[in-house]
Design a protein around this ligand. Structure first.
Ligand code: FMN
Length: 388
């Protein structure tokens, strides 16, 4: 894969291989995609202070988060419906995460079951759960996670409201999809994808079942309409906390108020995320929200941040601003679409190498040595401060 030197190279290859409706499902965001773009722009605006003449010959990026040792401080964010990218979907990503010394967060909206991914990557899977209207469904999910030895639950905090994603609506994406003619034609021009789709797993919903069988694509929308819980609250977190003995993380925390509530409700981790700009458009970038969340958490829980991580230097920026680990979604979905499991492994390798390189320029040999402040491009005095 010599032609894949960056996550953007993987994106380009994935774009060639996927029908436009699938590519847009992965890459797109809500409404005007302001927050999607802002995640990148705000990361790009952060600058790192170069140091010179420091012995950095022995660098490593190992880290530890919630009792799990990582070869690099990067976790795979939960992503639903990756079966549209590649039939191996979450299983391929979970395996790649395990061989790369990372952790895979399984999504309740995944096309693969929690059992499949824990089997593929034992000890390297965290489980995301959602508070469904039918609470026994959530309970069963937690029981399964417990039985499978999953140590960390990640609560989906920002899914009570369905977002509007214009790109998906234009493609007629839904469950089942109703694509316009131009998408049918475009899909026909991607015979590799069609073949993989026909020969590979059928797109079902991996985690939940109706009458003991997998939920079919045609049934997903109705299931969601029935079960999406718009009344989920911190009371649910309190109940979960008293029942779940493992690590508990809340995903979607973007404010100090929610960070404090998460701490008050006994969570072990706060996941700073705006869903990669896919849910609520017009809010801060995660790297902008991170420092105030870190302040509110004040060392009482682990902090993870995702949204726009595309370079190793982005991981360094998130950690310098107080995150204990970064996370990413699209880079791995794009790797999967570009080349299956090897594509995901390539994404990890690229980000790992880039992180080690930037650590060299920062004059640090371990993650703990990363600078504790950065400079935004519009305020050079911060940079001078950070360099002192
Ligand atoms: C295709 C796709 C599906 C996603 N599904 C979920 C999901 O099931 N649960 C969730 O909490 N977030 C979901 N997300 C958001 C990711 O967990 C993560 O927050 C986001 O991708 C981070 O931004 P990045 O893609 O720029 O790294 C999804 C993202 C993508 C791209």
């Amino acid at each position: 894969m010599r032609d894949i030197q960056s996550i953007d190279d993987l994106r380009r290859r994935a774009k060639r291989r996927l029908p436009a409706m699938v590519y847009d499902f992965i890459e797109g965001g809500a409404l005007d995609e302001l927050t999607l773009r802002r995640n990148r722009e705000a990361l790009e605006a952060q600058l790192l202070p170069q140091r010179v003449l420091v012995d950095t010959s022995q660098r490593h990026a190992t880290a530890s988060i919630l009792g799990t040792r990582l070869d690099l401080p990067l976790v795979v964010s939960p992503m639903g419906l990756l079966t549209v990218c590649h039939p191996d979907a979450d299983v391929a990503i979970a395996r790649a995460a395990a061989t790369s010394g990372s952790v895979f967060v399984h999504s309740p909206w995944s096309g693969c079951s929690l059992e499949e991914v824990t089997d593929a990557a034992p000890g390297r899977v965290w489980a995301q759960i959602a508070f469904w209207n039918d609470s026994s469904e959530t309970e069963r999910h937690i029981d399964r996670a417990e039985a499978l030895g999953v140590e960390t639950l990640v609560v989906a905090g920002d899914v009570a409201v369905s977002s509007k994603r214009d790109r998906d609506l234009r493609h007629g994406s839904g469950m089942p999809p109703r694509p316009p003619l131009r998408d049918v034609v475009d899909t026909a021009f991607h015979p590799g994808w069609v073949l993989r789709w026909l020969l590979g797993r059928r797109i079902t919903w991996g985690t939940y079942r109706i009458d003991g069988r997998a939920i079919r694509m045609s049934e997903m929308d109705a299931w969601m309409d029935r079960n999406t819980n718009q009344a989920a609250s911190w009371d649910d977190i309190a109940r979960l906390r008293s029942r779940w003995k493992g690590n508990l993380v809340v995903k979607g925390v973007m404010t100090q108020a929610d960070a404090r509530l998460a701490i008050d409700h006994g969570t072990d981790g706060v996941f700073v995320s705006n869903h990669g700009g896919r849910q609520f458009d017009g809010q801060l970038a995660t790297i902008e929200a991170l420092p105030s969340v870190v302040d509110a958490v004040d060392g009482r829980a682990a902090v993870i941040m995702d949204g726009g991580i595309r370079r190793g230097s982005d991981i360094a920026k998130a950690l310098s601003l107080g995150a204990d680990a970064a996370a990413a979604g699209r880079p791995f979905a794009l790797g999967l679409a570009a080349a299956g499991r090897p594509g995901v492994e390539r994404a990890f390798d690229v980000l790992h190498d880039e992180l080690l390189t930037v650590m060299g320029f920062l004059g640090v040999t371990r993650i703990e040595g990363l600078p504790e402040s950065l400079c935004a491009s519009h305020d050079l005095s911060d940079g001078i401060e950070a360099a002192r």
